[in-house]
Write a protein that binds this ligand. Structure first.
Ligand code: ATP
Length: 233
Protein backbone atom coordinates (compact mmCIF):
# COMPACT_ATOMS: atom_id res chain seq x y z
CA UNK A 1 0.00 0.00 0.00
CA UNK A 2 2.80 2.41 0.95
CA UNK A 3 6.28 1.93 -0.48
CA UNK A 4 9.05 4.21 0.69
CA UNK A 5 12.08 3.77 -1.50
CA UNK A 6 15.51 5.17 -0.70
CA UNK A 7 14.45 8.57 0.63
CA UNK A 8 16.91 11.19 1.85
CA UNK A 9 15.35 14.04 3.86
CA UNK A 10 17.01 17.17 5.22
CA UNK A 11 16.33 20.16 7.44
CA UNK A 12 18.48 22.76 5.69
CA UNK A 13 21.93 21.16 5.54
CA UNK A 14 21.17 18.58 8.25
CA UNK A 15 20.84 15.19 6.59
CA UNK A 16 18.18 13.39 8.66
CA UNK A 17 16.88 10.39 6.68
CA UNK A 18 19.52 8.37 4.91
CA UNK A 19 18.42 6.01 2.16
CA UNK A 20 15.34 4.92 4.10
CA UNK A 21 13.17 2.23 2.53
CA UNK A 22 10.23 0.30 3.92
CA UNK A 23 6.73 -0.74 3.05
CA UNK A 24 3.38 -0.88 4.78
CA UNK A 25 0.95 -3.54 3.57
CA UNK A 26 -2.81 -3.20 3.53
CA UNK A 27 -4.46 -4.20 6.81
CA UNK A 28 -1.37 -4.30 8.98
CA UNK A 29 -0.29 -2.20 11.94
CA UNK A 30 3.39 -1.28 11.69
CA UNK A 31 5.40 0.33 14.47
CA UNK A 32 8.24 2.67 13.58
CA UNK A 33 10.56 2.46 16.55
CA UNK A 34 13.66 4.38 17.57
CA UNK A 35 15.07 6.62 20.24
CA UNK A 36 14.49 10.32 20.60
CA UNK A 37 15.80 12.02 17.48
CA UNK A 38 16.07 8.79 15.45
CA UNK A 39 13.98 10.33 12.67
CA UNK A 40 10.53 8.84 13.28
CA UNK A 41 8.60 12.12 13.03
CA UNK A 42 10.68 13.15 10.02
CA UNK A 43 9.72 9.88 8.34
CA UNK A 44 6.02 10.59 8.84
CA UNK A 45 6.44 14.20 7.70
CA UNK A 46 8.30 12.95 4.63
CA UNK A 47 5.41 10.63 3.73
CA UNK A 48 3.02 13.58 4.15
CA UNK A 49 5.36 15.84 2.11
CA UNK A 50 5.58 18.29 5.00
CA UNK A 51 9.29 17.59 4.64
CA UNK A 52 10.22 16.97 0.99
CA UNK A 53 12.66 14.11 0.46
CA UNK A 54 15.41 15.36 -1.88
CA UNK A 55 15.81 11.94 -3.48
CA UNK A 56 13.92 8.67 -3.44
CA UNK A 57 10.30 7.80 -4.10
CA UNK A 58 7.20 7.26 -1.99
CA UNK A 59 4.38 5.35 -3.66
CA UNK A 60 0.94 5.14 -2.11
CA UNK A 61 -1.47 2.84 -3.92
CA UNK A 62 0.72 3.18 -6.98
CA UNK A 63 0.95 7.00 -7.02
CA UNK A 64 4.28 8.76 -6.35
CA UNK A 65 3.77 11.29 -3.56
CA UNK A 66 7.15 13.00 -3.71
CA UNK A 67 6.73 16.61 -4.80
CA UNK A 68 2.95 16.68 -4.25
CA UNK A 69 1.46 19.21 -1.84
CA UNK A 70 0.53 17.80 1.59
CA UNK A 71 -3.20 18.35 1.04
CA UNK A 72 -3.04 16.02 -1.97
CA UNK A 73 -1.37 13.36 0.14
CA UNK A 74 -4.23 13.67 2.60
CA UNK A 75 -6.74 13.52 -0.27
CA UNK A 76 -5.03 10.41 -1.61
CA UNK A 77 -6.10 8.76 1.65
CA UNK A 78 -3.35 9.16 4.23
CA UNK A 79 -4.53 10.48 7.59
CA UNK A 80 -1.82 12.00 9.79
CA UNK A 81 -1.98 12.74 13.52
CA UNK A 82 1.16 14.72 14.38
CA UNK A 83 2.90 14.69 17.73
CA UNK A 84 1.66 18.18 18.66
CA UNK A 85 -1.97 17.12 18.38
CA UNK A 86 -4.12 20.18 18.06
CA UNK A 87 -7.85 20.46 18.35
CA UNK A 88 -10.07 23.51 18.04
CA UNK A 89 -10.45 24.38 21.71
CA UNK A 90 -13.47 26.66 21.21
CA UNK A 91 -15.38 24.13 19.11
CA UNK A 92 -17.35 21.24 20.56
CA UNK A 93 -16.39 17.61 20.06
CA UNK A 94 -19.04 17.31 17.30
CA UNK A 95 -17.81 20.48 15.59
CA UNK A 96 -14.19 19.31 15.79
CA UNK A 97 -15.20 16.06 14.12
CA UNK A 98 -17.06 17.94 11.39
CA UNK A 99 -13.88 19.83 10.43
CA UNK A 100 -12.26 16.53 9.46
CA UNK A 101 -15.01 15.30 7.15
CA UNK A 102 -14.01 14.14 3.66
CA UNK A 103 -15.78 12.01 1.06
CA UNK A 104 -15.69 8.24 1.48
CA UNK A 105 -13.21 6.10 -0.42
CA UNK A 106 -13.29 2.71 -2.09
CA UNK A 107 -11.82 -0.24 -0.15
CA UNK A 108 -11.69 1.85 3.02
CA UNK A 109 -13.87 2.05 6.11
CA UNK A 110 -16.26 5.03 5.96
CA UNK A 111 -16.84 6.60 9.36
CA UNK A 112 -19.87 8.34 10.75
CA UNK A 113 -19.83 10.26 14.05
CA UNK A 114 -21.88 7.47 15.64
CA UNK A 115 -19.43 4.78 14.58
CA UNK A 116 -16.59 6.87 15.94
CA UNK A 117 -18.42 7.37 19.22
CA UNK A 118 -18.73 3.57 19.50
CA UNK A 119 -14.94 3.33 19.25
CA UNK A 120 -14.28 6.42 21.40
CA UNK A 121 -16.94 6.17 24.15
CA UNK A 122 -15.40 9.00 26.20
CA UNK A 123 -15.99 11.38 23.31
CA UNK A 124 -19.59 10.20 23.02
CA UNK A 125 -20.25 11.37 26.55
CA UNK A 126 -18.70 14.73 25.79
CA UNK A 127 -20.00 15.40 22.32
CA UNK A 128 -21.34 18.87 23.18
CA UNK A 129 -18.37 19.88 25.32
CA UNK A 130 -15.84 22.35 23.97
CA UNK A 131 -12.35 21.04 23.21
CA UNK A 132 -10.78 23.06 26.00
CA UNK A 133 -12.85 21.19 28.59
CA UNK A 134 -11.53 17.77 27.56
CA UNK A 135 -8.69 16.00 29.37
CA UNK A 136 -5.36 15.53 27.59
CA UNK A 137 -6.22 11.93 26.77
CA UNK A 138 -9.65 12.89 25.41
CA UNK A 139 -8.08 15.59 23.26
CA UNK A 140 -5.68 13.00 21.92
CA UNK A 141 -8.54 10.65 21.06
CA UNK A 142 -10.37 13.55 19.41
CA UNK A 143 -7.44 14.27 17.07
CA UNK A 144 -7.54 10.64 15.95
CA UNK A 145 -11.33 10.59 15.58
CA UNK A 146 -11.25 13.83 13.61
CA UNK A 147 -8.61 12.39 11.27
CA UNK A 148 -10.79 9.29 10.77
CA UNK A 149 -13.63 11.58 9.62
CA UNK A 150 -11.49 12.00 6.48
CA UNK A 151 -11.94 8.24 5.83
CA UNK A 152 -8.22 7.55 5.35
CA UNK A 153 -6.99 4.19 4.05
CA UNK A 154 -3.74 4.59 5.96
CA UNK A 155 -3.46 6.28 9.35
CA UNK A 156 -0.12 7.66 10.58
CA UNK A 157 -0.01 8.21 14.35
CA UNK A 158 3.04 9.97 15.72
CA UNK A 159 3.74 8.66 19.26
CA UNK A 160 0.14 7.91 20.28
CA UNK A 161 1.16 6.71 23.77
CA UNK A 162 3.25 9.76 24.62
CA UNK A 163 2.25 12.13 27.39
CA UNK A 164 -0.94 10.37 28.48
CA UNK A 165 -1.85 8.58 31.71
CA UNK A 166 -1.28 4.78 31.85
CA UNK A 167 -5.00 4.01 31.86
CA UNK A 168 -5.45 6.11 28.71
CA UNK A 169 -2.43 4.39 27.13
CA UNK A 170 -4.34 1.12 27.54
CA UNK A 171 -7.45 2.64 25.96
CA UNK A 172 -5.28 3.92 23.11
CA UNK A 173 -3.94 0.40 22.50
CA UNK A 174 -7.49 -0.99 22.47
CA UNK A 175 -8.56 1.76 20.10
CA UNK A 176 -5.77 0.99 17.62
CA UNK A 177 -6.70 -2.69 17.71
CA UNK A 178 -10.35 -1.84 17.04
CA UNK A 179 -9.30 0.29 14.06
CA UNK A 180 -7.26 -2.60 12.70
CA UNK A 181 -10.27 -4.89 13.15
CA UNK A 182 -12.29 -2.42 11.03
CA UNK A 183 -9.77 -2.95 8.24
CA UNK A 184 -7.71 0.21 8.63
CA UNK A 185 -3.97 0.15 7.90
CA UNK A 186 -1.98 1.94 10.60
CA UNK A 187 1.59 3.09 11.12
CA UNK A 188 2.54 4.33 14.57
CA UNK A 189 5.81 5.85 15.67
CA UNK A 190 6.80 4.81 19.16
CA UNK A 191 9.53 4.82 21.75
CA UNK A 192 7.46 2.54 23.98
CA UNK A 193 8.32 -1.01 22.94
CA UNK A 194 5.73 -2.51 25.25
CA UNK A 195 2.93 -0.46 23.66
CA UNK A 196 4.20 -1.18 20.14
CA UNK A 197 4.35 -4.91 20.78
CA UNK A 198 0.78 -4.87 22.08
CA UNK A 199 -0.70 -3.26 18.97
CA UNK A 200 1.60 -3.83 16.00
CA UNK A 201 2.22 -6.77 13.67
CA UNK A 202 5.70 -5.66 12.68
CA UNK A 203 8.49 -3.41 13.87
CA UNK A 204 10.75 -1.16 11.84
CA UNK A 205 13.63 0.26 13.84
CA UNK A 206 15.48 3.36 12.75
CA UNK A 207 18.50 5.10 14.20
CA UNK A 208 20.24 8.16 12.77
CA UNK A 209 17.66 8.14 9.95
CA UNK A 210 18.73 4.64 8.78
CA UNK A 211 16.77 1.43 8.98
CA UNK A 212 18.33 -1.06 11.38
CA UNK A 213 15.64 -3.73 11.67
CA UNK A 214 12.43 -4.75 9.92
CA UNK A 215 10.62 -7.82 11.17
CA UNK A 216 8.23 -9.38 13.63
CA UNK A 217 8.31 -8.81 17.38
CA UNK A 218 9.27 -12.45 17.90
CA UNK A 219 12.30 -11.94 15.64
CA UNK A 220 13.11 -8.82 17.61
CA UNK A 221 12.83 -10.72 20.89
CA UNK A 222 15.22 -13.33 19.50
CA UNK A 223 17.79 -10.53 19.02
CA UNK A 224 18.01 -8.61 22.28
CA UNK A 225 21.23 -6.99 21.06
CA UNK A 226 19.22 -5.08 18.44
CA UNK A 227 16.78 -3.87 21.07
CA UNK A 228 19.64 -2.87 23.37
CA UNK A 229 21.49 -1.03 20.59
CA UNK A 230 18.59 1.01 19.21
CA UNK A 231 15.81 1.25 21.76
CA UNK A 232 15.66 2.64 25.28
CA UNK A 233 13.93 -0.01 27.35
N1 ATP B 1 12.53 21.48 12.19
C1 ATP B 1 13.73 20.94 12.39
N2 ATP B 1 14.86 21.60 12.04
C2 ATP B 1 16.08 21.05 12.21
N3 ATP B 1 16.31 19.82 12.74
C3 ATP B 1 15.23 19.13 13.12
C4 ATP B 1 13.89 19.63 12.97
N4 ATP B 1 13.03 18.70 13.44
C5 ATP B 1 13.78 17.65 13.85
N5 ATP B 1 15.10 17.91 13.66
C6 ATP B 1 16.21 16.99 13.95
O1 ATP B 1 16.03 15.83 13.14
C7 ATP B 1 16.40 14.66 13.84
C8 ATP B 1 15.24 13.68 13.80
O2 ATP B 1 14.14 14.24 14.52
P1 ATP B 1 12.72 13.55 14.59
O3 ATP B 1 11.80 14.48 15.26
O4 ATP B 1 12.36 13.02 13.26
O5 ATP B 1 13.05 12.31 15.54
P2 ATP B 1 12.07 11.35 16.30
O6 ATP B 1 12.65 9.98 16.11
O7 ATP B 1 10.69 11.59 15.87
O8 ATP B 1 12.26 11.75 17.80
P3 ATP B 1 11.24 12.43 18.82
O9 ATP B 1 10.69 11.29 19.57
O10 ATP B 1 12.12 13.30 19.62
O11 ATP B 1 10.22 13.18 18.01
C9 ATP B 1 16.79 15.11 15.25
O12 ATP B 1 18.20 15.20 15.28
C10 ATP B 1 16.17 16.47 15.36
O13 ATP B 1 16.93 17.29 16.21
Amino acid sequence: MLEVDGIHSYYGKAHILNDLSFEVRRGEVVALLGRNGAGKSTTMKSVMQLVRPRTGAIHFQGENLVGQPAFRVAKAGIGYVPEDRRIFTDLTVMENLETGRQPSRQDTPTWTEEQLFAIFPNLAERRTNRGKHLSGGEQQMLTIARTLMGNPSLLLLDEPSEGIAPVIVEQMAETIMKLKAEGLTVMISEQNLHFARAVADRAIIIEGGEKKFDGSFSELEAHPEIRDAYLSV
